[in-house]
Design a binder for this molecule. Structure first.
Ligand SMILES: *Cc1c(COP(=O)(O)O)cnc(C)c1O
Length: 401
């Protein structure tokens, strides 16, 4: 037992690398922030970023946009989702995912999850068969990557177009293949809490030239798309440029400059996240009454947050447990609350969805799921103290059986 308090904030990111700050200031001084506002001699930061990200991700095409949620929405549209269409989606995700489906006028068909936070393959298969839906928006929620071979099998069998939400898996892999490179389109976020930070921002990536051209024009390129970095050749655009509505959602050069400075550090940062995650994982695995999902060898994850279940606590004591940890500086989020709080969300709080299904396993798993951010401003000893505080408080609140 300790009465120590943890004092570092769970919301503290690292600063933007100096090179990014300098370049962003230069751009601000020039006044040329808009991605198409370039003289002959200007560096086109946004377009360079698209090229660099596409290379890093191992895809042909990349479109930088205003947010991850925007990239999902655009991805759904360019994959052909129309108002009234059904879109399969795992129920354990964050609100921008069903929000993007709603925004295109489509209807989410929520799929149950398994005990390790992955989409339930059997429920997916069954709903693919009974609904006839031609789209799957798969959110690799909190970095837990489902068995992608089995997902692709179901998609192939039912002729389903896969759109990946990689907001939590930038840099993660399944059997050596980068998350985002399985589906037709992938969406990434560069919002402050993700793996790169430009405040707000996102990427749409794809290997399909037609989709890339339509996404570029629809992201708001006007007829200036040739100023993009990672796009298909002109003839592909000719076929689509006058048929693609402008859903204005571009990235600007200031954000691009911040991100270009971060990309070379990303690989290192992923390793730093995982060393913190693995240390916490070891602590949590040794705690009585705590269940922590197994991470399979096929999955190269990025541990920028950690989830665990407190089977040793009664449901009614979880809010008090979370509060007691909070009072000692350890910020946990509970996904089981009836009313969503801060960033948490349980699918049944998205009341705008018609015909809300009952997903017993999602409810059961989320009822005891606690979630903790792991910012890169933490160090190994911080993980030790956090774990010690959680262990103490678990002992205090443990059910008497
Ligand atoms: C953050 C997030 C998004 C949306 O990203 P924004 O850039 O905030 O719009 C989508 N899906 C998940 C799972 C997220 O966590």
């Amino acid at each position: 037992m300790t009465d120590e308090i943890f004092t570092k904030p769970f919301t503290q990111q690292e600063g933007i690398p100096e090179a990014g700050i300098e370049r962003a200031i230069e751009i601000m001084r020039s006044g040329r922030l808009h991605r198409y506002n370039l003289t002959d001699t200007d560096i086109n930061d946004t377009s360079q970023l698209e090229l660099e990200y596409a290379r890093w991700q191992g895809v042909k095409y990349c479109i930088a946009c205003t947010s991850g949620g925007y990239a999902i929405q655009l991805g759904l549209r360019v994959c052909g989702v129309k108002p009234g269409d059904l879109v399969l989606a795992n129920a354990y995700t964050l609100a921008p995912v069903p929000g993007a489906i709603h925004n295109v006028g489509a209807k989410p068909v929520l799929i149950d999850i398994d005990d390790n936070y992955h989409i339930d393959i059997f429920d997916l298969e069954s709903k693919a068969r009974t609904t006839g839906s031609k789209f799957l928006l798969l959110s690799h929620m909190r970095g837990h990557i489902a068995d992608m071979e089995r997902i692709m099998e179901v998609c192939d069998r039912y002729d389903i177009c896969l759109i990946e939400d990689c907001a939590h898996t930038m840099g993660a892999k399944w059997r050596g293949q980068r998350s985002g490179n399985f589906g037709k389109v992938a969406a990434f976020s560069t919002q402050t809490y993700k793996h790169m930070n430009s405040g707000e921002g996102g990427f749409l990536t794809t290997n399909d030239p037609d989709i890339a051209a339509r996404a570029t024009v629809s992201s708001g390129s006007y007829m200036l798309y040739a100023r993009h970095g990672a796009i298909p050749d002109e003839p592909v655009f000719e076929a689509v440029r006058e048929h693609s509505p402008n859903y204005s959602g571009r990235m600007d050069h200031v954000r691009a400059a911040m991100l270009r400075a971060q990309l070379p550090l990303l690989e290192d940062n992923l390793a730093r996240w995982n060393s913190l995650y693995d240390r916490l994982h070891r602590h949590f695995s040794a705690m009585d009454g705590v269940i922590i999902p197994d991470r399979r060898q096929d999955e190269f994850y990025v541990g920028s947050s950690i989830q665990f279940r407190t089977e040793c606590l009664s449901r009614s004591s979880i809010p008090d447990f979370v509060e007691a940890c909070g009072a000692r500086g350890v910020e946990l989020k509970w996904f089981g609350a009836d009313k969503p709080k801060a960033f948490t969300s349980r699918y049944d709080s998205w009341k705008y969805i018609d015909d809300m299904p009952v997903l017993p396993n999602t409810l059961r798993v989320l009822e005891t799921t606690l979630d903790m951010r792991v910012p890169l401003t933490f160090e190994a000893e911080d993980c030790d103290l956090i774990a010690e505080i959680i262990r103490d408080e678990l002992t205090r609140f443990r059910k008497v059986s």
